[in-house]
Design a protein around this ligand. Structure first.
Ligand code: GSH
Length: 232
């Protein structure tokens, strides 16, 4: 199995997943600052993006899909609820929440773009954070006591946001990020990616150190104006 990756990118999700599932693999470091991508990467990821995975005849990209694939294929029932498990629905919901709501809501807020929560699939930043907190409140992991690939997606987002200073003041999300770091596989992942970054490997999607100082805090808006319009 080959993982195309680069430190400081969404590829840490796939690295963490491979560590959780304890899977032998080869890491192919991609220099995203280069003007061209190798034909080997493009054969797996036509957009030339990371992460990308090659597993025998399987070639795929998209971090959430890669995490789901690895969990279903190599750790069913452990890192992913089985299809017959009633928790499967919630699991899928939170897997999609990451690319479908966390990422666009954060990007919108960061860019200071005008927000139309009723139309946007991600609502807005405040609604996204409030839903995430609600999902976790009273829970150790997003499905309760059991850690799954959905926590790899959500946890890596929380850690990256904390590192980049885009995580708002939230005791629930801070505690969640800390719990993630309590996992050996997560610490191994950040050691792998942090070490490379420290040696000059580019980190195009922001810093990778989960413990790094927060450069700034995203201000949390007042009560959400759902379902009206907001300006960030
Ligand atoms: N939706 C994709 C996004 C992948 C992505 O945008 N990766 C960035 C790094 S975080 C990348 O490869 N950028 C380099 C480029 O676009 O050339 C995923 O979740 O895997």
């Amino acid at each position: 199995m080959k993982l195309f990756w680069s430190p400081g990118t969404r590829a840490v999700r796939a690295v963490w997943m491979l560590e959780e599932a304890n899977l032998d693999h080869e890491k192919v470091l991609v220099d995203l600052s280069a003007s061209e991508r190798s034909s080997e990467l493009l054969a797996v990821s036509p957009m030339g993006k990371v992460p990308a995975l090659r597993d025998g005849g399987v070639r795929m990209w998209e971090s959430a899909a890669i995490c789901m694939y690895l969990a279903d294929r190599y750790a069913p029932g452990r890192l992913a609820p089985a299809r017959s498990d009633p928790d499967r629905g919630l699991y899928l919901q939170w897997m999609f929440f990451c690319p479908g709501a966390i990422e666009p809501a954060t990007a919108e807020k960061e860019a200071g773009r005008f927000s139309v929560p009723r139309v946007n699939g991600w609502g807005n930043f405040e609604r996204m954070i409030a839903s995430w907190e609600r999902g976790l409140s009273g829970n150790r992991w997003i499905l309760g006591d059991r850690f799954t690939a959905a926590d790899v997606m959500l946890g890596s987002s929380a850690l990256a946001m904390r590192s980049e200073g885009t995580l708002p003041d939230s005791a629930v999300l801070e505690a969640y990020a800390d719990r993630c770091l309590g996992r050996e596989a997560c610490r191994r992942t950040w050691a792998i990616t942090g070490e490379l970054a420290a040696h000059g490997a580019p980190a195009p999607c922001g810093p990778v150190r989960p413990g790094s100082r927060k450069p700034r805090r995203v201000r949390r808006a007042g009560p959400d104006r759902f379902p009206g319009r907001t300006r960030p």
